[in-house]
Design a protein around this ligand. Structure first.
Ligand SMILES: Nc1ncnc2c1ncn2[C@@H]1O[C@H](COP(=O)(O)OP(=O)(O)OP(=O)(O)O)[C@@H](O)[C@H]1O
Length: 234
C-alpha cells in the first residue's frame, strides 16, 4: 500500500489562562492511499483536534504532518495562500453538523468550494462555472439527490443534508476526506446508509477516508481502527 499521510511525533497543546493543556502527546501514524481508517476514543481525548491538525486547519505545537503527493509536502511549511490551495485540492471535510448554507440550494452548496477556488483564481482542476455546475450535478446524481438539486438545503432532511455535505467534500476530487462524526447527528438507519455511501465512494474512487466515530458497529467496518487514548493513537 502506498503511504498518503505520515504523522511523526505530533503534539498539540492549547494555552489557557490556567496553563498549558496538552491534548496530542506524540502521535506517529501512517494513512495509506485508498484506505478507510476509523478513529475512536473517549470524549475529549483529542480526536477532533487530531483531525483539525492533519487537515491543516490548525498548526501542531511540534512534530510533522507529511503528505506524499507526487513528492513529500509539509503543509505547514507553505505560505497561507499556498496552504489554502493545497487544502482545497487535497483534503475534503465532512463534519457532524454539515455547515451547509440553508438559504442556498443543494447544488449551490456543493459548488461552493469550487466557486471560492475559481474566484481566487486558484483552481487548476476546475476551469469554468459551467464545468463546476456539471460536476456538482453529477455528484448529486450519484448521491441520489438529483431531484433535490434546486431545493434550499435548509429544506432537506438530515440525511439528505449530510449527503449534500459529502458531495461538497468530493467536488474538487480530494485525495483524502476527513470526517468528524459524520453520522453523529443522524438516526441509526440514516447513519448506516451514510456510512455505506462513504465506503462505496472509497471503493469506487480510491479516496482515503479518516473517520472519527463513536459508533462501534460502524468503526468495525472500517479497514482499520485506531484508538486514541491519553493523546496517543494505538
Ligand atoms: N481551540 C481550543 N482551545 C482550547 N481547548 C481546546 C480547543 N479545542 C479543543 N480543546 C480541548 O482539547 C481537548 C480535546 O478536544 P477534542 O474536541 O479534540 O476531543 P474529542 O476527542 O474530539 O472529543 P468528542 O469525542 O467529545 O468530540 C478537550 O479538553 C477540549 O476542551
Amino acid at each position: 500500500m502506498k503511504e498518503l499521510i505520515k504523522v511523526e511525533g505530533l503534539e498539540k497543546s492549547f494555552y489557557m489562562p490556567a496553563g498549558e493543556l496538552k491534548v496530542l502527546k506524540g502521535i506517529d501514524a501512517v494513512f495509506n492511499e485508498a484506505e478507510v481508517v476509523g478513529i475512536v476514543g473517549a470524549s475529549g481525548v483529542g480526536k477532533s483536534t487530531f483531525l483539525h491538525v492533519i487537515g491543516t486547519l490548525d498548526k501542531p505545537t511540534s512534530g510533522k504532518v507529511l503528505y506524499k503527493i507526487d513528492k513529500d509536502i509539509d503543509p505547514f511549511s507553505l505560505s497561507n495562500g499556498e496552504l489554502a490551495v493545497f487544502r482545497n485540492r487535497v483534503i475534503g471535510f465532512i463534519f457532524q453538523f454539515h455547515y451547509l448554507l440553508p438559504e442556498f440550494s443543494a447544488i449551490e452548496n456543493v459548488m461552493m468550494p469550487g466557486m471560492i477556488a475559481v474566484s481566487q483564481g486558484r483552481s487548476p482542476s476546475v476551469i469554468s462555472h459551467r464545468e463546476l455546475y456539471e460536476k456538482a450535478e453529477k455528484l448529486l446524481d450519484e448521491l441520489a439527490l438529483y431531484a433535490r438539486k434546486n431545493h434550499k438545503s435548509g429544506e432537506l432532511s438530515g440525511g439528505e443534508q449530510q449527503r449534500v455535505a459529502v458531495a461538497r467534500a468530493l467536488l474538487l476530487e480530494p485525495n483524502v476526506v476527513l470526517a468528524d462524526e459524520p453520522t453523529g447527528n443522524l438516526d441509526t438507519k440514516t447513519g448506516e446508509e451514510l456510512f455505506k455511501l462513504l465506503m462505496d465512494i472509497n471503493q469506487k474512487r480510491g479516496i482515503t477516508f479518516i473517520i472519527v466515530t463513536h459508533n462501534e458497529s460502524l468503526s468495525k467496518r472500517c479497514h482499520r481502527t485506531l484508538e486514541m487514548v491519553d493523546g496517543r493513537l494505538y
